[in-house]
Design a protein. Sequence first.
Length: 156
Amino acid sequence: MDIETLAARLEEAADLHAIANLKSHYCWLLDTGRTVEAAGLFTEDGVFDGGGQFGRHEGREAVGAYFTRIQQTGLPFVLHGVLTPFIERRTPTTAFGRWYLYMPCTMRDAAGVETAMWGAAWYEDDFLKGADGVWRICEVRVTSHFWAPATKGWVE
């Protein structure tokens, strides 16, 4: 293996590691209520697309406002369990990632009643490496499988 090939492989491995850390940091920031910081991991025009369950929010500011609002009103407790990572660098500056999400959480309804819930979904994310060499989230897509009360399970 020549030095150029080795350098390219090393750069790709470093990029994949950086993206895995980015996703982990995103989850931790949301779990600890640091919603504005979590939104700061997105590109300026980044998108959070939570589908029918959580809606679509475009632009870093809108994403941050949504994250803050949902944690204050609808999801006061979340604990992201992201599993089975698949990360693919598609070009030196673009990448795709997919994870399973298994999440215990507390959902609060409009009347303020809180329910312990289990959620399961897929995350499918696009990433962009900026001119500064930092990877950022372009788009998060959540495909929900279920959000079920912990006491009843997901069969119902």
